[in-house]
Design a protein around this ligand. Structure first.
Ligand code: ADP
Ligand code: MG
Length: 244
């Protein structure tokens, strides 16, 4: 694999369960994501999007095939090594923010360091909060913020370690349309300004249109790619992939 990619999957298959219960959630998926790009993953319900994200981020192990994150092959790493990768080399942004309410905003952003038992670089925390437009919010609790502000905190936390890839799973799913657009613009900015790499699962063609390219999944297989997506083109492809 080539380290010019932030993420590469080589013939990745994931089978959930065994015997009669076995479900092939990913079927020989090969794709690569260049550094500093914004990729959307789309597909009908059950097409393997979540399984893709979990395998790509080291949260789950493929049945077959190779995942390479930056310079590191995930295949064959033990659980301790994978935990370290998840803390230091990937960032996560979830639909429901996943912030810790008892901690301040600044402590939430510094959490990846605390979990690793490392000193929290307070200057970086401040810079990350400023980057997402929350420079004065560090001492608040997540419960005192709006949904859009909470998602900004989650993005700051995802950014802080300078990960190879930020994985976002329906990051605008819990937000109203206008706030959702602001979060998509922020993710776009994170890529354009900081050269970060973002991989986002979404079912929303407008959200996907903020990406550089869209990768489609159907029945666990790659079902095409669209560069320079517009909402109309994305919706048209999705319609042809079946109900969504
Ligand atoms: P999506 O996120 O696109 O809806 P998923 O990756 O969640 O798709 O699921 C893909 C397929 O794998 C579906 O058929 C789903 O039922 C199945 N699946 C997902 N996770 C599991 C699991 N832990 N055990 C068994 N089957 C699963
Ligand atoms: Mg899913």
């Amino acid at each position: 694999m080539n380290s010019s990619y932030a993420l590469a999957l080589d013939s990745v298959t994931k089978i959930h369960g065994t015997g009669r219960q076995a479900v092939t959630a990913l079927n020989e998926v090969t794709m690569s994501v260049p550094h500093g790009t914004f990729t959307a993953i789309m597909g009908p319900s059950g097409s393997g999007k979540s399984t893709f994200l979990h395998c790509a981020a080291g949260l789950d192990t493929p049945t077959n095939g190779e995942v390479t994150l930056g310079d590191t092959r995930l295949t064959g790493l033990n659980e301790e090594q994978l935990t370290e990768i998840r803390r230091q080399r990937v960032g996560f942004v979830f639909q429901t923010y996943n912030l810790l309410d008892p901690l301040t905003v600044a402590d939430n952003v510094g959490l990846p360091y605390r979990l690793a038992g490392a000193p929290v670089p307070t200057g970086r925390v401040r810079a990350a909060l400023a980057d997402v437009g929350l420079a004065d919010m560090g001492e608040r609790r997540p419960g005192q913020l709006s949904g859009g502000q909470r998602q900004r905190v989650a993005i700051a936390r995802a950014l802080i370690t300078g990960p190879d890839v930020i994985f976002a799973d329906e990051p605008t799913g819990a937000l109203d349309t206008r706030t959702g657009r602001q979060i998509l613009h922020l993710l776009r900015e994170v890529v354009d300004r900081s050269g970060q790499t973002v991989v986002m699962v979404t079912h929303d063609p407008v959200a996907a249109s903020h990406a550089d390219s869209v990768t489609f999944l159907a029945d666990g297989r790659l079902a095409g790619e669209l560069t320079g997506p517009t909402p109309e083109k994305v919706a048209d492809r999705m319609t042809r992939l079946g109900e969504w």
